[in-house]
Design a protein around this ligand. Structure first.
Ligand code: URA
Length: 244
């Protein structure tokens, strides 16, 4: 059986962005940190990094933030960016302010364009990030695409065959599945994630994407009750669904 990892109380709270280790030691001394209701006056003490730690460890009577090893699903709204290099509000601005100071930091699992909405995953777990984006795991991403002009009729066949070469690339695309919803709407499922891939695939077919929304990753659908701009912590079942 693997042992539950532990961390010194002052280090844990500092890593969660509550302040410096020295400040955490002072808070502990004043009895503001409790474990199961009992003041933890010694911040050198180790605490177990279990998922339910916030049920036990409180600061000023409030549960602490989730310990490291978290995954979130976010309904990315239009107009937000995943990259600090792009102008505009960041998806990270939708999370609690303190979470920007977390170590390890939370980052997006892959990216969506500023003009794309839908399911975006975030984590501070590098192993999880790599498992989701690794081409070996073939995590399929399904997009709802709205087009400027009616479909020609040969798009699904062309995408399914694979081998399409996008402008400026040297490696042909893997096969992708397209389902027509209406003359100007389709679902496109990809197992790779190249830069602006969906938009460029339709551009290669002489069309233009006017709206793009990611509906699912693997077997995990964007929950219908997750409003744009809101997020939730992922459960083990959500994580398993990605790879199902
Ligand atoms: N393909 C795109 O063109 N944009 C995205 O955001 C995702 C896939």
């Amino acid at each position: 059986m693997s042992k539950t990892p532990t961390l010194r109380l002052d280090r844990l709270l500092a890593n969660l962005g509550y302040g410096s280790r020295r400040e955490m030691q002072a808070l502990a001394k004043y009895g503001r940190i409790t474990f199961d209701g009992e003041p933890m006056k010694d911040a050198d003490k180790h605490v177990p990094l279990t998922r339910d730690l916030p049920d036990h460890l409180h600061l000023d009577g409030k549960p602490i933030d989730p310990p490291p090893g978290i995954a979130l699903m976010l309904h990315k709204p239009l107009g937000t960016t995943c990259s600090h290099k792009e102008a505009g509000p960041l998806v990270y601005d939708l999370l609690p302010t303190r979470w920007r100071m977390r170590d390890p930091a939370i980052s997006t699992i892959g990216r969506l364009d500023k003009d794309t909405s839908g399911l975006l995953l975030l984590t501070d777990d590098g192993g999880l990030l790599h498992r989701v984006i690794s081409p070996k795991n073939h995590v399929a991403k399904r997009y709802r695409v709205t087009l400027d002009r009616p479909l020609r009729g040969d798009e699904a066949e062309t995408f399914a065959a694979g081998g399409l070469m996008l402008d400026g690339e040297t490696k042909p695309l893997l096969p992708a599945v397209m389902e027509t919803l209406s003359p100007t709407e389709a679902l496109l499922t990809l197992t790779e994630g190249r830069y602006h891939q969906v938009r460029r695939m339709f551009a290669a077919m002489g069309n233009h994407v006017t709206a793009l929304h990611r509906e699912s990753m693997g077997g995990l659908d964007l929950p219908a009750d997750l409003e744009p701009g809101t997020w939730r912590l992922m459960s083990d079942a959500d994580l398993a669904a990605i790879f199902a």
